[in-house]
Write a protein that binds this ligand. Structure first.
Ligand code: ADP
Ligand code: MG
Length: 366
C-alpha cells in the first residue's frame, strides 16, 4: 500500500516524539499535496501508531477523539480514552493481523467501527468509521417493522373470524363459499407473513432467549418427519429419515432448531415436484449435523449465498408458490443464535442440500 501520511496543518508540532521511539518509516513531509488534501478531508478517522504511541492523526480522528489537545506523542489509550480500542490495537500488533470491532463510546454516545491494521514497517494504522447514524437507522427500521406487524395482527384476526363465521353459515357449494374460502386462505397467508416479520423483529432486537441444553437430533428429526408425512403423501413425495444410530446429541435450543428445520423441510416439500426429501442426522467431530436433501429444481449458484437474506426469492416471476422469502432468514437467525451454521448446496437442476450444524454435547463427544 502506498503511504502518504503527512503532517497537516492540524498536526501537533509542539510535542516532539520521545527520544527512544523508532523513527517513522517514511518522510511525512514528502507526501504529494493532493493526496495529503484527500486524507485531510476523508470522513474516516486515521491514526498512525508506533508501539503504543500516536505519531500522526488526521482531522477526522481529532474530531472523534477530542479529549486531548496535543495527541501526537501520547499513548493511544490516553488519546482515545477507551481500553477496548487500546486492546484491539495491542492484539493487532501482537498477532500481525488486522483486527476489527465496533465500539460504543459512552462519553460521546458515538458508535465507532474500528480497524487496526498492522503495516510491514512495524507501525500500526488505526481506522475509525462513525456508524452512529447507520445503527440509529437500523433501530428505527426494526422498530417500524415491529410496530407495523403488531398493528396489523388485530384487524387481521378480526377479518379471519368474520370470514370463518360467514363460511359456517353458507351452503357447502357455490360462488360465495369459494370467495369466502379464498378470503380465509389469503388471511392465513398474511397472518403467516406477519408472524414471520414479528419473529424477525424480535430476533433483531435480541429479545429472544436461547436455551443451552442437550437434546437428541435423531429424535428431533423423527418427530419432524412424522409431522410432515401427511403433506409429503398428499404431494406424492417420499419423505424419510437417514439417521446414524449413535444418538447424536446437540447442545442448544430444541424448539428453535425444530422451527429452523421446519422452515427448511417446508421449502424442500414445496419446491420439489417429484422424487424424495431425505433428512439425515449425524455427527462430525464436535458438531452434530442435520441435512435436508431434495430432488427439486435446485438453486442457481449465483443465488445460493443470497437465499438467507430476508425477502429473497430466487425467481419471483415463477410465482405460483406461496411464501414471503422470510423462512430461511429466520432459520439462519435461529441456528446462529445457538452458535451453529447453516449453508445451502446445489448443483443447478439436481436438487438442494441444506446443512445445519450445531455444537455437540461435550458429554457425548469422544
Ligand atoms: N429446497 C429448495 N429448492 C429450491 N429452491 C429453494 C429451496 N429452498 C429455498 N429455495 C429458494 O430460496 C428462497 C428463499 O426461501 P425462504 O426464505 O424459505 O422463502 P419462501 O419459502 O417464503 O419463498 C425460496 O423462495 C426459493 O427460491
Ligand atoms: Mg420457505
Amino acid at each position: 500500500m502506498t503511504r502518504f501520511w503527512r503532517r497537516g496543518p492540524v498536526a501537533d508540532r509542539g510535542t516532539p516524539p520521545a527520544k527512544t521511539a523508532p523513527k517513522l518509516p517514511f518522510d511525512v513531509a514528502q507526501a504529494p499535496p493532493m493526496l495529503a488534501e484527500i486524507i485531510d478531508h476523508v470522513e474516516e478517522g486515521a491514526l498512525l501508531l508506533i508501539g503504543t504511541e500516536v505519531r500522526w492523526l488526521n482531522p477526522a480522528a481529532r474530531l472523534m477523539f477530542p479529549d486531548i489537545e496535543h495527541p501526537v506523542g501520547r499513548p493511544l489509550v490516553e488519546v482515545v480514552r477507551d481500553h477496548r480500542i487500546d486492546g484491539l490495537a495491542l492484539r493487532a500488533r501482537e498477532s500481525g493481523l488486522e483486527h476489527a470491532a465496533e465500539v460504543e463510546l459512552p462519553r460521546t454516545d458515538r458508535i465507532l467501527q474500528i480497524r487496526a491494521v498492522p503495516s510491514q514497517d512495524g507501525a500500526l494504522i488505526l481506522l475509525a468509521r462513525d456508524v452512529t447514524r447507520l445503527r440509529y437507522l437500523e433501530t428505527v427500521r426494526q422498530q417500524f417493522v415491529a410496530n407495523l406487524s403488531h398493528e396489523i395482527r388485530t384487524p387481521l384476526a378480526g377479518l379471519d373470524l368474520a370470514a370463518q363465521t360467514l363460511s359456517a353459515q353458507l351452503p357447502a357449494e357455490g360462488d360465495t363459499r369459494l370467495f369466502i374460502d379464498r378470503i380465509t386462505q389469503e388471511t392465513q397467508r398474511l397472518a403467516d407473513i406477519v408472524f414471520n416479520l414479528n419473529q424477525l423483529a424480535a430476533l433483531d432486537a435480541e429479545r429472544i432467549e436461547v436455551e443451552r441444553l442437550p437434546f437428541s437430533v435423531v429424535d428431533l428429526v423423527g418427530a419432524l418427519i412424522d409431522r410432515f408425512q401427511a403433506r409429503a403423501v398428499a404431494g406424492r413425495l417420499v419423505l424419510r429419515a437417514e439417521t446414524s444410530a449413535d444418538g447424536a446429541t446437540a447442545i442448544g435450543d430444541r424448539a428453535k432448531t425444530d422451527q429452523a428445520l421446519q422452515n427448511i423441510v417446508d421449502n424442500a416439500l414445496k419446491f420439489t415436484g417429484v422424487g424424495e426429501v431425505v433428512v439425515t442426522a449425524g455427527v462430525d467431530r464436535d458438531r452434530v449435523e442435520v441435512t435436508v436433501r431434495d430432488t427439486g429444481p435446485g438453486i442457481p449458484s449465483r443465488d445460493l449465498s443470497r437465499i438467507f437474506e430476508r425477502f429473497y426469492k430466487v425467481d419471483r416471476s415463477r410465482g405460483g408458490l406461496p411464501g414471503s422469502g422470510l423462512g430461511l432468514s429466520i432459520a439462519r437467525h435461529l441456528v446462529e443464535l445457538q452458535g451453529g451454521t447453516i449453508v445451502a448446496e446445489s448443483s443447478g437442476g439436481s436438487g438442494t442440500i441444506v446443512r445445519v450444524r450445531l455444537p455437540r454435547d461435550p458429554l457425548t463427544s469422544p
